[in-house]
Ligand binder design. Sequence first.
Ligand SMILES: NC(=O)c1ccc[n+]([C@@H]2O[C@H](COP(=O)([O-])OP(=O)(O)OC[C@H]3O[C@@H](n4cnc5c(N)ncnc54)[C@H](OP(=O)(O)O)[C@@H]3O)[C@@H](O)[C@H]2O)c1
Length: 292
Amino acid sequence: MNPTATLNNSLKIPYLGFGTWKLSSGKETYDAVRYALDVGYRHIDTAQFYGNEADVGKAVHESNISREEIFVVSKVAISNFGYEQTIKSVEESLNKAKLDYFDLFLLHFPVQQLRIESYKALEKLHSEGKLRSIGVSNFTIEHLEELVDETGIIPAVNQVEFSPYLNQKELHEYCKEKGIQLEAYSPLTQGVKLNDPKLTKIAEKYNKSTAQILIKWCLQHEIVVIPKSSNPERIKQNFQMFDFEILQEDMNALDGFNENFRNSWNPEDKKQLSTFSNGVIRKLSKLKTRML
Ligand SMILES: NC(=O)c1ccc[n+]([C@@H]2O[C@H](COP(=O)([O-])OP(=O)(O)OC[C@H]3O[C@@H](n4cnc5c(N)ncnc54)[C@H](OP(=O)(O)O)[C@@H]3O)[C@@H](O)[C@H]2O)c1
């Protein structure tokens, strides 16, 4: 069982993917991804920023599974934003991973002033066949509207932090309406909420772990979900999703857990957004000055 969602360009993406952030480059990433592929995952999420694209690519190549069966995703690091830098960095990602194409490439964060030109660079790489689909991450409704206005392209995916504890209903509804597939990162709240008594109570009812309930909640909401683990038992457990259903009454209860809990950056926080963005803009202008 490996159900897929159909993206707005007709490409199919497995709903359940494997996250690789914080897996160190080298053996840890390689072993975890090989094992994930062995137990049945066919969707791997990496990023330039994680420093492990090469190990993901190696695991994909050495898995003996045909390339077409594995959906590989990466992201443009905020330090690589800008039209030319984006093109160059994606070429580097392809070289590092020894891949002819990525199935999906995302802008990692809505960097101010640079997000539109960076997206146009992804569009160029898409038209050349190096990226089979393109999308964004950490975009709010406002960022998505601006992107579509400026480029006329509806992104295939928006990958955001999402869990019952950060149930971004308005963003989810908006994405559904526009044909943008929502993807949940940190779906296990990076472990922080796994012992929450009200979640434990639901997990006990189904004889499942709290992690499995959080993943299943995303799947039943038709949200693509990418839990990460470095541990073989947990990698396997997180894929054992297709032998149970959460009843509607418990889905409703989980829907009510929202407390706007975030582990990662908050793109709605204008101060945070401009701090990140100013750093990149400064780096780019230094680069340009050096080239003059
Ligand atoms: N686009 C973005 O800005 C962005 C930001 C963050 C993350 N992501 C992506 O989303 C992926 C997932 O998010 P995440 O890594 O932040 O967090 P997560 O998947 O919510 O949680 C990972 C944590 O949960 C633990 N864990 C995993 N399975 C478990 C289980 N069955 N029982 C108990 N603990 C378990 C892991 O520990 P062990 O490893 O020890 O099992 C790890 O500490 C990332 O790896 C990355 O690919 C994207």
